[in-house]
Design a binder for this molecule. Structure first.
Ligand code: M6R
Length: 626
């Protein structure tokens, strides 16, 4: 996965391209490059390394007079990070330059064909076939623009796989862009236009954005944007992006991740704002489970953190709405013979980016089963929203850190809203209103964790950071939060962390417990309001006692225990080595404060270990390849 940017206008292209690249380096950061059209042809500079370092070298080495150009930051898929594998790639004559995000699956056979025609390849990338093919499709008609567009079309018809590309050609003062299964937007300016994989790349220049649709091809010049799809011209609406560039920047925090954790209360507020007015929840979409829900069910499909949010959502929706929810990793669903009753199952794809390849593929498969499909995503106009029948947006705002944080709590909020909306016919009104009241308190609850627990969490993180292995355990609605806590810790601090159902430790992992394997245990209390206690099942009331039992078992094996426990719970202190206090809530809402605490714990542990928190090794923000 990579980031691509393009500029056509009347200003100097190079500084704009470099600035845009910096904004989307989270999409790929093992190498970077630029290409600009000049009076002498196409000038290219690229190198291996972090975007910042490559930009610095370009600034030092290059003064290019050009009004048209493109840039790329790479996350390697074909060929290791290197100068030659970095983009842009050129055809043999150096007259065509291409930047690409995606994977060309049939590149090997195309390469052999092109080699037999006399082409020479310099890189190991799949991308390099594209400029060569375009060159071979040129007709020498004299009309450079028309010819380039037609050659790109012909080339694309030969490609199998996914792509967002920008093409520049010597002698043409514009760019051709196209997308298939990879995101691409056009930023609309005044006598200048921008192309990018993602909105933050253009926000400093404009907030007028066109989202290219699947299969779109665009010819972008300084004063026009022409789009066609399937050979015919199409009009795409321009949207005004409400985010400012400040929204997309670090805002004074050392890392995006810390900023984004501190934005969790706001993400909850903004997500609620969209759907909760007074005591009325309006998601505004047909979920396919309206009215009598008998025989109906939900299947959630997701990857990574979004999968854990979905697992929590299963608990929330089943508990509140009593609608059965199944759950599958999107990558597993795609390659299994799933038995699915399309008429009665609503499929929900949970994906903050809306671009995760596995999840998009799963959505398409669900549609083939005839299921109603709903995307729950944070990105307006993302690919998932185009595939699904309906979309519910989370209101987390741009999330730049590779580790998903505020988007996770925003996803949880959607599940509370869904569960409560569907619970209306099943819960006593008093309980419904109490739940709603608690849900409205969640931004303050999250804020309390940030304000009051942060210091202690830093202390516990310092302790945790000395170890190489850790366990995170929980039960019920907090098992997914334990899994999320472990994922976050391993992802950014490189400490090996396993999330486990607390009751499962004795079935194997006990063998690993020693004084060198600290265990973070989420010890959730029982519901504390009378009406909620009545509506909670006996099983969920027993979770606290069972967790204490599990903690004692862990301690008996010599492992240190850090408990995440509620204010006022003095009992837990007797059995553990340290306690991180979170505000007390009903059990069902406890994932919110517990998540904020565990996100902070992972952050501070990674900081203590000096890790590259926003760009953990081997990972990227949106995983647009299978
Ligand atoms: O954009 P998505 O929610 O579909 O992304 C899914 C996962 O790639 C993502 O949650 C990943 O696990 C995060 N980096 C975890 O912090």
């Amino acid at each position: 996965m990579c980031g691509i940017v393009g500029y056509v206008g009347e200003r100097d292209a190079l500084p704009i391209i470099l600035q845009s690249l910096k904004r989307i380096e989270y999409r790929g950061y093992d190498s970077a490059g630029i290409a600009c059209i000049t009076n002498n042809g196409i000038e290219v500079y690229k190198d291996k390394g972090k975007v910042d370092d490559v930009i610095e070298k370009i600034n030092y080495l290059k003064s290019i007079s050009s009004n048209t150009g493109m840039g790329h930051c790479r996350w390697a898929t074909h060929g290791a990070p290197s100068k030659t594998n970095a983009h842009p790639h050129l055809d043999g004559e150096g007259g065509i330059a291409v930047v690409h995000n995606g994977i060309i699956e049939n590149f090997q056979s195309l390469k052999e064909e092109l080699l037999s025609l006399g082409c020479t390849f310099v890189s190991e990338t799949d991308t390099e076939v594209i400029p060569h093919l375009i060159n071979h499709c040129l007709k020498n008609s004299g009309d450079v623009e028309w010819e380039l567009k037609e050659a790109v079309k012909e080339t694309l018809s030969r490609l199998i796989g996914s792509y967002a590309i920008i093409v520049a050609a010597k002698g043409f003062d514009g760019l051709v862009a196209a997308r298939k299964e990879s995101p691409l937007i056009i930023g609309v300016g005044d006598r200048e236009n921008f192309i990018a994989s993602d909105v933050p790349a253009v926000l400093e220049q404009t907030n007028r954005v066109i989202y290219l649709d699947e299969g779109d091809l665009a010819v972008v010049k300084n004063d026009s944007v022409y789009i066609e799809n399937g050979g015919a011209e199409v009009k795409r609406a321009e949207r005004l992006i409400p985010w400012t560039i400040e929204d997309a920047e670090k805002g004074g925090y050392e890392h995006f991740m810390l900023k984004e954790i501190h934005e969790e209360p706001k993400a909850i507020t903004d997500t609620l704002r969209g759907y909760l007015a007074g005591d009325e929840i309006t998601l505004g979409i047909d979920l396919g489970i309206e009215g009598d829900t008998k025989g109906k069910s939900i299947l959630m499909l997701a990857c990574g953190t979004s999968y854990y949010a979905a697992l929590c959502g299963k608990h929330i929706i089943e508990n509140l709405a009593k609608v059965p929810v199944q759950l599958e990793f999107a990558s597993e669903f795609n390659y299994s013979d799933f038995v699915l009753d399309g008429a009665n199952v609503t499929v929900m794809a949970i994906t903050q980016s809306g671009e995760t390849a596995d999840t998009l593929m799963a959505l398409k498969k669900a549609k083939r089963y005839g299921c109603k499909t709903v995307a729950i995503t944070n990105v307006v106009g993302s690919s998932a929203t185009r595939i699904a029948d309906e979309t519910i947006y989370t209101g987390a705002g741009p999330e730049i850190g590779v580790a998903a944080t505020k988007s996770f709590v925003a996803q949880l909020v959607i599940f509370y809203l869904l569960g409560l909306q569907k619970s209306l016919a099943k819960l006593p009104e008093a309980a419904f209103l109490e739940y709603l009241e608690e849900l409205r308190r969640m931004p303050q609850i999250a804020q309390l964790v940030l304000d009051e627990a942060n210091g202690n969490i830093q202390k516990q993180a310092r302790y945790l950071s000395k170890y190489e292995h850790a366990f995170f355990v929980g039960r019920g609605v907090n098992l997914p939060i334990a899994l999320e806590g472990a994922l976050k810790l391993k992802e950014i601090s490189y400490i090996h962390a396993e999330g486990y159902a607390a009751g499962e430790l004795k079935h194997g992992p006990f063998a690993l417990l020693t004084e060198d394997t600290p265990v973070v245990a989420i010890v959730t209390h029982q519901p504390f309001k009378k009406s909620l206690i009545k509506s909670a099942t006996q099983a969920s009331q027993n979770v606290y006692e069972k967790m204490l039992g599990n903690v004692k078992e862990i301690k008996a094996r010599g492992a240190p225990v850090i408990a995440i426990a509620e204010e006022g719970d003095e009992e837990v202190e007797k059995y553990v080595d340290a306690v991180v206090r979170v505000p007390r809530t009903s059990a069902i809402f406890s994932p919110i404060p517990n998540t904020v605490a565990l996100h902070l714990l992972a952050y501070w542990a990674a900081k203590e270990r000096g890790c590259e928190i926003d760009k953990p090794r081997n990972l990227a923000k949106s995983v647009t390849v299978e």
